[in-house]
Design a protein around this ligand. Structure first.
Ligand code: PAF
Length: 305
């Protein structure tokens, strides 16, 4: 399958690497020139548990060079979604499937406005990765990758993507409740991302620092109230236990928000804790913990942006 990956940071590169290794025609598209050049010169290097794999894969800064793809995987940061999709339009033809696996909720809707809702699928992944240097990615946590159609139908194209992901070892799970999947993952991001960025700790450490664990619980419980009021069917029976399990399973990861803060880049706070604050206001549900986490991250961003 010809696959274009819009956004070849840690997760885009990781998925691209796995898919290329499984024999798919993968094109990484990213504005980060040094990373693209390193991949073209030396291959993409994936590091896990001290072992390195070198994967030959095409990387470009200009999506025009890719041409039309069968599948476009969107992995850019949520605040770059519109720009990446507009620039990436040359990769999207009449029958191209566009799958977002980005953090947060609302990305599928933004993409649908640009490419048309019928092309869009969504999902979330529990894989975790970090960029070590241009062209070099490490990955620690792995987990299931949920995929679904926005209207919940189980279609042939959904099963086709799942087969491709299965061959690549990306642990696909097809779902008829992608909103439930996105909100379940959102709970993990609500509980983990801002706190790890503020405290400069790895995900697992949140469970070793008593007051941090309390803050995690308070933020997740607020988010849970919002999800319940919205009628979201979560895909786990013990949401708080699930968030702690994600922190445990990705104990060694540096969360994406901590990576953003350390690289002095904008964060995805608006689509994570910010979503809970916005939706809470609409529903009349107080969200003081999420609002404080959001304001602290926004204040931190102001010190460097
Ligand atoms: O954003 C992230 O870093 C990841 O979604 C997660 C699950 C928190 C693991 O690091």
């Amino acid at each position: 399958m010809k696959i274009a990956i819009l956004g070849a940071g840690s997760m885009g590169s990781l998925f691209g690497g796995f898919l290329a290794e499984a024999g798919e025609e993968v094109w990484l598209v990213d504005v980060w020139r040094e990373h693209v050049e390193a991949i073209n010169n030396r291959g993409l290097i994936l590091v896990s548990q001290g072992k390195e794999k070198n994967i030959k894969i095409r990387a470009v800064t200009d999506p025009v060079l890719v041409g039309e793809a069968e599948l476009v995987l969107v992995f850019v940061k949520s605040y770059s979604t519109e720009e990446a999709l507009r620039n990436g339009l040359p990769t999207i033809g009449k029958n191209t499937m566009v799958l977002t696996l980005q953090n947060g909720v609302g990305n599928a809707e933004k993409i649908a406005e640009i490419v048309g809702r019928e092309k869009v699928l969504a999902g979330s992944t529990a894989f975790g990765a970090n960029v070590l240097e241009p062209g070099r990615i490490s990955y620690a946590g792995s987990g299931d990758t949920y995929l679904g159609e926005l209207d919940g139908k189980i279609t042939d194209r959904l099963n086709l993507i799942a087969q491709v992901f299965e061959r690549a070892g990306l642990r696909p799970v097809v779902t008829d409740n992608v909103m439930g999947v996105l909100w379940t993952k959102l709970l993990a991001n609500v509980g983990i991302n801002a706190l790890t960025a503020l405290l400069k700790v790895r995900n697992g450490q949140l469970l070793e620092i008593g007051p941090a664990e309390v803050l995690m619980e308070k933020a997740v419980l607020e988010a849970l109230k919002v999800a319940e009021a919205k009628g979201i069917r979560l895909v786990v029976s013990d949401p708080l236990g699930y968030v702690k399990e994600v922190a445990r399973a990705t104990a060694n990861n540096i969360s994406s928000m901590r990576q953003d803060v350390e690289r002095l880049r904008p964060t995805e706070i608006d689509v994570i804790n910010g979503t809970i604050v916005r939706e809470g206001k609409v529903l009349g549900i107080p969200t003081p913990y999420n609002e404080s986490l959001m304001l602290l991250i926004k204040a931190l961003e102001k010190t460097y942006l």
